[in-house]
Design a protein around this ligand. Sequence first.
Ligand code: ZN
Length: 202
Amino acid sequence: MDAESAINKLLDGNKRYMSGKLAEKDVGSAREATKEGQHPFATVIGCSDSRVVPEFIFDVNVGDIFVIMNAGHCVDTLALGSIEYGVEHLHTPLLVILGHEKCGAVTAACQGGPCPPNIAAILEKIRPAVEKGGVDKIEESVVFNMNVASEEIRRRSEIVRDLEKEGKLKIIEMKYYIEDGRVEIKKKFFLLFCKGWSYGRN
Ligand SMILES: [Zn+2]
């Protein structure tokens, strides 16, 4: 499957999810078909938020997507290792950064204030996105947090950069809307380039 087909498969699944009419799935057959190995068509890094479940919102089956999750979809060395496993070892043609409306991690980073050290590490990671947030600070920061994640992946992973350069990998940012269940591809246009980082707005 190529990246465009992978994107269409995710968007078609999301339309079904929004309509409430999910595709019929034979989980047993899917489990059987993948017992010797997995061949997912997309790698997804998303937020741990319990309302944003990639397999549900894209209406996919066992073995379809390779998912990495943590609060605020932060990119650290471990997340990068998992991403590289997905895109290089499992050859997914698509990497999705899945942000979402009303993200609690981004909201907490916007609000600031004291918190336990391990949670503080997450908020610190999100802070660069918050600093770029605008009038509607939280939702703007959600989008900036997706930009920061995708640029950090590119900056820190030679594997990702090479695959993208060779046309074997497409990286997209998607935002999920809690209210109605839709996902939108964020069309990024570059406002400025600075120190190898791109800052975009939807
Ligand atoms: Zn979140």
